[in-house]
Design a protein around this ligand. Structure first.
Ligand code: NAD
Length: 417
């Protein structure tokens, strides 16, 4: 049995889970080496002309982790912490994520190390176009397809598509998560949050619980967090707390989520929403709630605070929000952790639908998108749950084992190893 330790880098942490799966499958060392490493990594200089005329030298990355099952697929993040090691971790999670929901993609991720909040809209556009043009040599609609992640959105994807098209000709399928008016899929905006709620619902049903009896706290109120909050409330859960980078708000009677969204539109933050108690981002993780949904940064539940987490279900809507040491602690305490590679796979699933719609030059209506998303996620959840039950293991170990098995099979069939 491998023992997790504190101080693992994000990529080491993901590979800790990978090796747990590889041990289970009895994978040979050569296959492990191929699957634990990355196929291609590039670091590009991204000089950004600021609105005041000065030039700031930024750095961006694109990491292609494994392409055995199809073209590389993964988002692009703008964040000061998006260094090569973090992007590697996120790229490898994409490989396991696309495998667990059985999409014909590999895994990749991109990032630019920048504080996006400090940039104007025109600076963001210049940054995006420059980054896309620097990495355009290794991406392509059958090579590597990008999508939004933290601090990037549909507008970012529109600029990326345009920048790529200037070099290669009009190519809708080069990015997903585009505006609907520009080839985006209906339902993509909500897809990651919708997927998180679908997976939570399945687990809640399996545990013999009812949404109406469960309180929920959500860290992060961007694309994923806000959609998770809206859809969880619509399913009957009591969403008592949400937060963003500025802090959180708490109302034990349940928040009026749509009003919180209005407050964010008006003020830029959830903080200050009327009739709520203000919380810090540390406090929201330790609230006395049934369900905790980290939906912002990685590594927020660690050995330092895991003993204070009181939720009985943790829904990993963010990528790698729980470190391996904290994960082992939660498992020992009987807390159900719904793992990121399953919980937040709704986004890439609808990205896949968008990509196929673009290639076919054909649009699906939203009901079709949502029904197909549900089918993919429920099937994946059931496989993971059944494996976990049969082998008396955690849902994370089950998800990684099933995903690694699929990728290893594809790698063997291709003759990689
Ligand atoms: P986003 O930029 O739309 O929102 C991020 C949210 O996190 C914002 O509310 C921001 O204020 C908050 N935040 C930032 N720093 C914080 C901090 N230090 N403490 C608390 N909150 C903080 O990003 P997103 O697309 O919603 O992504 C959120 C998470 O979900 C990321 O881990 C991302 O990798 C993951 N994810 C996103 C998608 C997608 O489709 N967008 C898909 C799969 C996984």
């Amino acid at each position: 049995m491998r023992e997790p330790t504190d101080g693992m880098s994000p990529f080491e942490a993901v590979n800790f889970f990978f090796h747990g799966a590889a041990d289970w499958l009895g994978l040979d060392d050569q296959t492990r080496q191929v699957l634990a490493g990355t196929y291609r990594e590039i670091r590009v200089q991204v000089p950004l002309r600021r609105d005041d005329g000065s030039v700031e030298t930024l750095y961006g990355y694109r990491v292609q982790h494994n392409g055995a099952r199809g073209p590389y697929k993964g988002g692009v993040r703008y964040h000061p912490s998006a260094d090569l090691e973090e992007v590697r971790a996120l790229a490898s999670l994409m490989t396991w994520k696309t495998a667990i929901v059985d999409l014909p993609f590999g895994g990749a991720k991109g990032g630019v190390q920048v504080d996006a909040a400090s940039l104007s809209l025109t600076e963001l556009e210049r940054l995006t176009r420059r980054y896309m043009s620097q990495v355009s040599y290794i991406v392509g609609p059958y090579r590597d397809i990008m999508a939004p992640d933290m601090n990037t959105n549909a507008q970012t994807m529109a600029w990326m598509m345009d920048a790529y098209g200037q070099r290669e000709g009009h190519t809708l399928s080069i990015v997903t998560g585009k505006p609907v008016e520009l080839g985006g899929s209906l339902g993509r905006d909500a897809a990651t949050g919708r997927g998180a709620v679908i997976v939570l619902d399945q687990a809640v049903k399996d545990a013999g619980l009812a949404p109406e009896d469960l309180s929920v706290a959500i860290q992060g109120f961007g694309n994923v967090g806000s959609w998770t909050a809206r859809l969880a409330k619509a399913e009957g859960y009591r969403v008592v707390a949400v937060s963003d980078v500025n802090g959180g708000v708490y109302d034990p009677r349940g928040l009026r989520v749509l009003d919180v969204l209005d407050h964010v539109r008006a003020s830029g933050t959830v903080v200050g929403h009327p009739d709520t108690e203000t919380l810090t981002n540390e406090e929201i993780l330790e609230l006395d709630v049934d369900v905790l949904v980290p939906a912002a940064l990685g590594e927020v539940v660690t050995s330092a605070n895991v003993d204070d987490v009181r939720a009985r279900i943790v829904v990993e809507a963010a990528n790698h929000p729980v470190t391996p040491v904290a994960d082992a602690n939660l498992a020992d305490r009987g807390v159900t952790v719904l793992p990121d590679i399953l919980v937040n796979a709704g986004g890439v699933t609808v990205s896949y639908f968008e990509w196929t719609q673009n290639i076919q030059q054909f649009s699906w209506d939203e009901d079709r998108v949502n029904a197909a998303l549900r089918e993919h996620l429920v099937t994946a959840y059931q496989r993971v749950r059944d494996f976990a039950r049969t082998h008396e293991t955690t849902l994370r170990q089950a998800a990684f084992t099933l995903a690694v098995e699929r990728v290893a099979t594809a790698a063997h069939l291709r003759g990689y190893v």
